[in-house]
Write a protein that binds this ligand. Structure first.
Ligand code: EPZ
Length: 429
């Protein structure tokens, strides 16, 4: 299994191109199942999760062609996928494929909407809590699906097609909103989704669905209205930039000091995180190409944060921010409100000498002057990259094991960081 070796202590200086958002690319690819015409997605990041979803869609009979770069493309342009679900030959998503990535469970929505049946294994994914799918199932039942669970599979049927309904989520759920939205596009009548997730990735998917002929309004707000149509068609859509990748590199610069331009980044996608970074001592400025992050001279200041749904501070940046706070000049409180078990990085950050203790859903971080490199590993994607951030500022060598998790969500991580002066390399095998 690959490992990443980092020797800390270098400031980051240079330019990092921001890739397309993983958490938009995945549901966008899944939305291709809603039409028998070709969906062309541009700026799709080259990630293990994208490749895994290509295998899952392939199992349903979807043809995917990846086109190379074209003249005039930006250096940070991702791949262009031509996705054609002209013939869905299998409505089952098997355990072997779905258990490796939670988002693949979402195929249940377009399969049910278009084929009126789906059999999908209960999902796997990052180890960050129990992560049930009860709200997704309830939403599909509201839309008229008959659902049973048998042998680890969710079996959903709607012989006469789905019917528009009122879906009021008891808590904000990104997965529930994606599933309800996709399913409702082909339902008969109007669906109103309330307490919907407002994450930019939901808006991006809704924009693409509208290009495909869907009638969605209100996406990006807590109330989404979908007028069902009988058929969707092909479209071309560009995946929005990855706000979590943006925030991760911004935190890395705040950690090491230096001056980095994040090309293609859009500040409005992560304003809460940028505000927190400013409070912590980084300078953030916005320009035509994206966002510039600098920290020269000023120490890292402690800041308390609490994760919350968009537009709040994202749970997907909590681990990275905790890494930054390990070197702050004082104590900070970091509260995780979205997932009940998303502190797996705490014990690994302790290997660098970090002082963190947990009190329920809050981590109390006592900043220290110097971290020291260590062998570490993590069990989820964002926790893994928090260890990279700590390693970049630690004295000496760090070996990050289980790089598999980083490859799920960070495109060319070592290349992007080494281009800015970090000593970082991948060791194979
Ligand atoms: C999405 O997960 C993201 N994944 C996550 O990113 C992200 O952390 C999360 O949203 C929150 O922003 C993708 O987009 C692929 P939820 P999702 O449904 O949709 C509970 C990453 O690192 N819940 O908003 O699965 C759930 O347990 C990943 O890129 C239920 O109780 O998150 C959690 O506590 C990790 N029942 C809360 O809701 C349900 O049926 C929010 O989950 C569904 C969810």
């Amino acid at each position: 299994m690959d490992r990443i070796r980092i020797v800390g202590g270098n400031k980051l200086n240079g330019t990092i191109p921001i890739s397309g958002a993983k958490n938009a690319a995945l549901p966008l690819m899944i939305a291709s199942l809603l039409t028998d015409e070709t969906l062309i997605l541009e700026n799709v990041p080259r990630l293990a999760d994208v490749a895994q979803l290509q295998r899952i869609l392939g199992n349903h009979g979807v043809d995917i062609m990846a086109a190379g770069k074209r003249p005039g493309d930006h250096e940070y342009q991702g791949q262009t996928l031509h996705i054609s679900a002209a013939n869905i030959i299998d409505t089952t998503a098997p355990y072997e494929l779905v258990s490796r990535m939670r988002a693949s469970f979402w195929v249940i929505a377009p399969l049910l909407a278009r084929m009126h049946e789906a059999k999908v294994s209960l999902p796997g994914g990052c180890a960050i809590g129990t992560r049930p799918v009860d709200l997704l199932i309830e939403a599909l039942e509201k839309l008229g699906a008959d659902i049973t669970i048998d042998g680890g599979y969710v079996i959903a049927r709607a012989p006469g097609g789905l019917k528009g309904a009122e879906i009021d989520f008891p808590k904000v759920t990104v997965s529930g909103t994606h599933v309800a939205l996709m399913a409702a596009t082909l339902a008969k009548g109007t669906t109103v989704i309330t307490n919907a997730a407002c994450e930019p990735e939901v808006l991006d998917v809704a924009d693409c669905l509208n290009k495909m002929g869907a009638r969605v309004s209100g996406a990006g707000t807590p109330r989404i209205v979908v007028e069902g149509v009988t058929k969707l068609h092909g479209a071309r859509h560009t995946v929005l930039p990855d706000r979590i990748e943006t925030g991760t590199y911004a935190m890395a610069v705040a950690m090491t000091g230096g001056d980095v331009q994040l090309n293609g980044a859009r500040p409005e996608l992560l304003q809460a995180a940028l505000d927190v970074l400013t409070e912590a001592g980084a300078e953030i400025s916005v320009n035509n190409e994206g966002i510039r992050v600098t920290r020269n001279g000023a120490g890292i200041r402690p800041v308390n944060v609490s994760t919350s749904p968009f537009p709040g501070f994202p749970t997907d940046l909590q681990a990275q921010f905790m890494a930054l706070m390990t070197r702050a000049g004082g104590a900070s409180h970091i509260t995780e409100t979205i997932f009940e078990n998303r502190f797996m990085h705490v014990q690994e950050l302790a290997r660098f000498g970090a002082r963190i203790h947990l009190d329920g859903e809050t981590a109390i971080v006592e900043g220290i002057e110097t971290l020291r490199g260590a062998p570490v590993m993590a069990t989820d994607l964002r926790a893994s990259v928090s260890l990279v951030i700590a390693a970049l500022a630690a004295e000496g060598e760090t070996m990050v094991n289980r790089v598999y998790h980083l490859d799920r969500g960070f495109e060319r991580l070592e290349d992007k960081l080494s281009a800015c002066g970090a000593t970082i390399e991948r060791l194979s095998g």
